[in-house]
Design a protein around this ligand. Sequence first.
Ligand code: IMP
Length: 193
Amino acid sequence: MKILFATNNAHKLAEVQAVLGPAFTLLTPRDCGVEEEIPEEQPTLEGNASQKAHYLLRRTGLDCFADDTGLEVEALGGAPGVHSARYATDGHDFDANKRLLLENLAGQNNRRARFRTVVSLLLDGKELQFEGIVEGRILEEERGQEGFGYDPLFVPDGCDKTFAEMSADEKNAVSHRGRAIRKLAAYLHSIEK
Ligand code: IMP
């Protein structure tokens, strides 16, 4: 099955393709002639995932899915949450975002955090959402070179490594996105579309 996924982020694409497996071929917005940035202006992950999927359906007429992820830090009242991509600046500046997070947690003993992903699937115009959560903690300094975003600062519960010290398979086995996408895959297999 070919299905359009609302990302041009190569890391995310590879993660999601690895979880879905060879039965699914992912198309990117660019593959379908969508070059502009896809709007995500809602105050929740659920709203943004839905907005992105509906935007792509309107632009292409194709079945598609979109995800939105936030890092929710307990001591910061759930921030950066839905603002995770634009925490420090208006762009997607991963380094500035990590610096600001460390600054805001300086001297803080409670380092509890979780990643939460919401996936919106639009199939034959009908919408379904799937959620994936991973609980963990934020380190005081970065470790590891893999992955993207806040990966070098996040250690999932039950692990010694940060996401950035894990292989793609190790991260997918426990990650927020891996969990949400496995639910999506189970649904798609169940309807044998
Ligand atoms: P998005 O909604 O998936 O684009 O995620 C928003 C922001 O959350 C990204 O710009 C990253 O900073 C962060 N993020 C999302 N997924 C991950 C991940 O798997 N690891 C680390 N950071 C992530």
